[in-house]
Design a binder for this molecule. Structure first.
Ligand code: SMG
Ligand code: MG
Length: 367
């Protein structure tokens, strides 16, 4: 397949509710979409970088720059590109996994649409629908409880709360008292240190499925130490940057569960590699989220349908994020599940008129 042009398009979308985490608050989104035009048709990808380098080093302007100056030129210069070759084609560029993942997804979508194969089939999906959880940002307690009540009433199969030092035991206790049977987990986005093990152990009585990324991303030994001091299983998110690091983290005892996010891993193909490692080592996985539009969401739902994804993901319905999604076939919760698209490529149709109406800039790169 020959890539003839790469379009870098920024769109603006309001979130239906602010999303506060230990690293900042998202309200209005500034999203970078990638469209590739090839001799076999077009494909779309979504870059999950946020405006600030808070979740990880990447941020949307930086990802845009790297795509424009380093990644897209390599793909455009290649005479023949398949998604499976991208790791090699982009190999000279280190880091920048979110930028790479966005380009990979666009190439995968174009290739699979041309071949008439769905992304789920390509990745190894075995389910027709996936169990969905919901991740709730930090709010004052009364408001948090209202949001959780609403999501539980919607049918979400698991609730995730964001925590940080000073906002942990109290909200977890309040939600647990109100919803004794809901599957509940927490995510610290690296806000604690190994010295906080006692504080994290104070969450043990609330029957949490897991604590996600309590410590900084490079502190694998610290996570292993905390794991020895608490009963709640530790799940890693930010630390899991490749299949190799996943092997290391599991071997060190740093995690008992893994959150798989393609953007953090440089693409959906590496995400499948992490899934393989985890299945081989008996480690349950679930699909993370980065507030994606229907483009990234379609890919996440396909990934979450692989057999090792045995826990509900942060793959919520379109209306949990946006009043109107960028695809004409938004994701709708049905009995706590989303249906895996079966059409070629991503299996969703980008709503071009709507996308045009929310576009803030477009850049088209050609040879
Ligand atoms: O997509 O529903 C979603 C968000 C899930 O909590 C979520 N993601 O660390 O797992 C995580 C966070 C990162 C983004 S928070 C704005
Ligand atoms: Mg997380």
């Amino acid at each position: 397949m020959k890539v003839e042009a790469v379009e870098l398009r920024r769109v603006a979308l309001e979130l239906v509710a602010p999303f506060r985490t230990s690293f900042g608050t998202q309200t209005a989104r500034d999203i970078l979409l990638v469209r590739v035009v090839t001799n076999r048709g077009e494909g779309w990808g979504e870059c999950v970088a946020f405006p600030d380098p808070g979740y990880s080093e990447e941020y949307v302007d930086g990802a845009h720059h790297v795509l424009r100056d380093f990644l897209a030129p390599r793909v455009i210069a290649a005479s023949d590109v398949r998604a499976a070759d991208l790791a090699r084609v982009l190999g000279g560029v280190t880091g920048n996994p979110m930028a790479k993942a966005a380009l990979e997804l666009a190439v995968l979508d174009a290739e699979l649409r041309a071949d008439g194969v769905s992304l789920g089939t390509r990745l190894g999906a075995e389910r027709r629908a996936v169990d969905c959880g919901v991740s709730v940002g930090m709010f004052p307690l009364a408001e948090l409880l209202d949001h959780v009540d609403g999501y539980v009433a919607d049918g979400y199969r698991r609730v995730k709360l964001k925590i940080e030092p000073g906002f942990d035991v109290e909200p977890v206790r309040a939600v647990r008292e109100r919803h004794p049977d809901v599957r509940l987990q927490v995510d610290a986005n690296a806000a604690y240190t190994v010295a906080d093990a006692d504080r994290l152990a104070a969450l043990d009585p609330f029957d949490l499925l897991l604590i996600e990324q309590p410590l900084p991303s490079d502190d694998l030994l610290g996570h292993a130490e905390v794991a020895r001091q608490i009963r709640t299983p530790i799940c890693l998110d930010e630390s899991i940057t490749s299949a190799r690091v996943t092997e290391l983290a599991i071997t060190l005892g740093a995690c008992a569960i893994v959150n798989i996010k393609a953007g953090r891993l440089g693409g959906y193909l590496e995400a499948v590699g992490v899934h393989e490692v985890c299945v081989a080592r008996g480690i349950p996985v679930w699909c993370g989220g980065m507030l994606e539009t229907g483009i990234g969401r379609a890919a996440n739902v396909a990934l979450a349908a692989l057999p090792g994804f045995t826990l509900p993901g942060d793959t919520s319905a379109s209306d949990r994020y946006y009043a109107r999604d960028v695809v004409s076939d938004p994701f709708v919760l049905d009995d706590g599940r989303l249906t895996v698209p079966t059409g070629p490529g991503l299996g969703v149709t980008v709503d071009l008129d709507f996308v045009e109406s929310i576009t803030t800039s477009v850049e088209i790169l050609r040879p």
